[in-house]
Write a protein that binds this ligand. Structure first.
Ligand SMILES: [Zn+2]
Length: 796
């Protein structure tokens, strides 16, 4: 089957949340045509103007055309959904917009179509609706007219593209526009939010300029919309020419923190990179989804670094993307980057830390191996060769291999097809440096697998590279080893264990990234048991006076996670570290230090009652607090006063999403579990907005005082939760990260619960969560905290 074009007309009854549709599909088919349709009422189907028989079977609309060439016309109707997929209702205080989210397989909820990424076609969309409403789609408006109380808008034809990239937004949007370099940029928001539009508009311009240069191909469309959607399941979506975002992932005003600006920049750059890599050239099928996402994640860091060099975006990349993927990939319940996906549920579930973070990190490792210039040449050749068409991962590796004259296909194939990653054990053996590789698993289980590892090392002050292709490597060092550090700047996707030679590591010339790498690996080894907890805490000591952003941030992250797990064992170390860091950062004014100061203060408020009180005392002057410090002030206030109503009132009344997030954080940080329980009940009652539910649950998960109430809530509301996140992989990802915390002390009960309450869309997620729970429980046993004690502890 080959689809040529879609000509769509939608008559949208905005106030009654329904629409009538007519779609003309030009196509050729060797046999009966199979379209996809979900929740659509099919009225009539004609093939070249004659009525034909059709039947809806599951998500397939079978049309008895036989061998066919010409135009298929379908009359149908549908509703604007309450779920967050298809054409759905996104509510805000005082109204709603209708907006689409089609990736992966929800275009079929708005129109019958061949909903497959490789079935690219041109789309012509026309929409009729109430005349007071704005209508946004992928392309500029070609014509617009008023008929009585209605407005009819026709959009320009799109380039050939996949169905999941089609966009439609309808509602009272306001816009800021600017023409730059032949492209019209527009930020669209619901009424009253345009003050946050300037910064994202500039970042979009900067990103397009960066990618046009890097890829050597101009941005294809005449306009680029950034649409802030008031309710949105994911963070953002790269619809061609009309990128959608959560408000919090797009809008930045004078009250926004540095942290928010960095996050927003990353999301915009990511989505803009997809306009080439993903939209212009698209994967053939969803098993290469990882390539889309990994590449965009990697390129976003590149563009972010070019636009804001002082932010040191690569450090953020390593801390979030690489570290998240290494953690997830340390479980037996992981998956290879490349997975076979058959059903829509499976597609949604593989949007995880592996597809984004591991893929992106392996790509970064490849770039370090081939050299930046060769890598870029290969990417350019790939985009030119497959533009307006589809390709697979191997097509990209071929181009980079040609450009770099190195073994890219073989190396990438092994990294992509094997689950897990290696740990390298480095030791001294006579006059030789020995390096041994095996798979790293939290469970401690040994598995003899080897990868082709592009190793970089600083050895006695010089840089050395090699491709390690076997289990063990011996390197002659005639003059002996004075100093050594592997994985320079953490470009490699592996861990390094130094066998009794840590003092030689500290003697090496270490960058901030290197110092980060040492403590990051040590933390994993502490969970695995390779490193004892006291040894680990000894290492943490070394970082008390750390002056660099990345290693200090990492140690803070680790202590915060450990506090959620073992508050009693870690509270003192955490207080000491965070107090020392707050002093170091007190007078610094650069943006990264301002950001980190806020993070450190928030963590200190959780472990240090005196500090929480000090923070609470500043609450009366909240509006004048610097933006990065506000979240810490709120959680200090919540924690030390137990005042629920004030925090809730602020959550509800503030219009900025960033402010709402700060107060939502406050609602999760109470010491009194009954207050956390009250916050959780607000989710079901609707007082907490649907798109905030996950943030609420994420915050609660980290509160060691709230494990019982979290589990109670979750076991009673799992079906409700599944319903609001239907069709997206959110519940699966949440369970992976939350089970290891709330499941402590009740692993059997959790296991039994999920055995009887089937959550098919989260099967992988639950298994991974259960495995990590076991790792956590083993860890707690080793450090001498039994499970019950952990639950009963109330840190004072
Ligand atoms: Zn993406």
């Amino acid at each position: 089957m080959k689809v040529e074009s879609y000509d769509i007309f939608l008559d949208i009854d905005f106030s009654n949340l329904r629409f009538d549709g007519k779609v003309k599909i030009k196509l050729e088919s060797e046999a009966d045509v199979k379209l996809n349709a979900v929740d659509l009422d099919i009225k009539k189907v004609t093939a070249n103007a004659s009525c034909v028989k059709h039947a809806l079977v599951g998500e397939d609309l079978d049309v008895k055309t036989g061998k066919f060439s010409g135009t298929l016309e379908v009359d149908y109707s549908g509703t604007i959904s309450e779920k967050l997929v298809g054409l759905y209702k996104a509510a805000y205080d005082g109204g709603y917009v209708a907006s689409t989210q089609f990736e992966a397989v929800s275009a079929r909820r708005m129109l019958p179509c061949v909903d497959h990424p490789a079935q690219k076609a041109e789309f012509k969309l026309a929409v009729k609706t109430d005349k007071g409403l704005e209508i946004i789609s992928n392309t500029p408006i070609a014509s617009s007219k008023i008929e009585g109380t209605k407005r009819i808008v026709e959009f320009q034809k799109t380039p050939r593209m996949s169905t999941y990239l089609l966009y439609l937004g309808v509602g009272k949007f306001e816009e800021v526009k600017e023409k730059h370099g032949g492209v019209e940029y527009a930020v669209a928001t619901v009424p009253g939010k345009l003050s946050g539009a300037r910064f994202p508009l500039d970042v979009a311009k900067g990103s397009v300029e960066f990618f046009e240069k890097y890829f050597g191909i101009k941005y294809v469309l005449p306009k680029l919309h950034l649409v802030a959607v008031p309710e949105f399941a994911a963070g953002a979506m790269e619809n061609w020419g009309a990128i959608t975002f959560r408000e919090i992932a797009l809008l930045v005003d004078k009250d926004s923190s540095v942290r928010m600006k960095k996050g927003v920049t990353d999301v915009i750059a990511h989505e803009v990179s997809h306009q080439w890599f993903g939209n212009l050239v698209t994967m053939k099928w969803w098993d290469d989804l990882w390539l889309n996402e990994s590449f965009a994640t990697f390129m976003a860091a590149k563009a972010g670094h070019a636009m804001f060099p002082k932010w040191r975006i690569w450090e953020e990349f390593v801390r979030l993307d690489t570290a998240g993927a290494l953690t997830r990939d340390s479980l037996l319940n992981t998956h290879a980057i490349e997975v076979k996906v058959n059903s829509p549920e499976e597609i949604e579930e593989v949007f995880d830390d592996i597809s984004y973070g591991k893929g992106a990190s392996v790509i970064r490792m490849l770039e370090a191996y081939t050299g930046e210039e060769n890598f870029m040449k290969g990417v350019r050749a790939y985009l030119h060769k497959y533009e307006y068409s589809n390709a697979a991962g191997v097509d990209l590796w071929s181009q980079i291999e040609d450009a770099s004259k190195s073994q890219v296909k073989r190396i990438m194939s092994e990294w992509i097809k094997k689950p897990g990653y290696p740990v390298l054990t480095v030791g001294l053996n006579g006059g030789k440096l020995s390096i041994r590789q095996e798979r790293f698993l939290f469970s401690g289980r040994s598995e003899k697998t080897t990868w082709p590892v592009p190793i970089t090392m600083r050895l006695n002050g010089a840089t050395k590279r090699l491709l390690m292709d076997k289990e063990e490597e011996m390197i002659d060092i005639p003059d002996g080893v004075d100093s050594v550090k592997l994985n320079i700047d953490q470009t490699g996707f592996y861990r390094v264990h130094y066998d009794g030679i840590y003092e030689k590591v500290w003697r090496a010339d270490l960058s901030a990234l290197d110092r980060y790498g040492i403590i990051s690996d040590a933390y994993a080894f502490a969970f695995q048991g390779k490193t004892s907890f006291s040894e680990y805490l000894g290492l943490v000591e070394r970082y008390t006076d750390e002056k660099e952003y990345l290693p200090a941030y990492e140690v803070s992250d680790q202590l915060a996670s450990l506090y959620s797990l073992a508050p009693k064992s870690v509270a003192e170390a955490s207080r000491k570290f965070h107090r020392a860091q707050l002093k170091i950062l007190a007078d610094k004014t650069d943006e990264n230090s301002v950001l980190l100061r806020g993070v450190i203060a928030g963590r200190l408020a959780l472990v240090d009652d005196d500090y929480a009180q000090e923070a609470a005392s500043k609450f009366s002057d909240y509006e004048r607090i610097e933006p990065d410090m506000k979240a810490a002030i709120v959680s200090g206030f919540a924690r030390s006063t137990g005042d629920f109503d004030t925090v809730l009132k602020n959550y509800k009344s503030r219009s900025s999403e960033e402010e709402k997030a700060r107060f939502l954080g406050g609602l999760t940080s109470y010491r009194d579990p009954s207050l956390v329980s009250r916050a959780l009940s607000l989710a079901v009652s609707g007082e907490i907005r649907k798109q905030h539910v996950l943030n609420l649950l994420g915050g609660v998960m980290r509160n060691p005082d709230a494990r019982d109430v979290t589990w109670n809530w979750l076991s009673n509301n799992i079906d409700w939760l599944r319903k609001i996140y239907e069709g997206v992989g959110t519940v699966s990802r949440y369970l992976t990260s939350a089970i290891p915390y709330f499941g402590i002390g009740r692993a059997d009960e959790v296991q039994r619960f999920f055995a009887t309450h089937k959550v098919p869309e989260a099967g992988r997620g639950i298994e991974a969560g259960m495995e990590r729970l076991k790792v956590n429980e083993d860890f707690l046993r080793r450090i001498g905290q039994t499970n019950r004690q952990v639950i009963q502890v109330r840190e004072r």
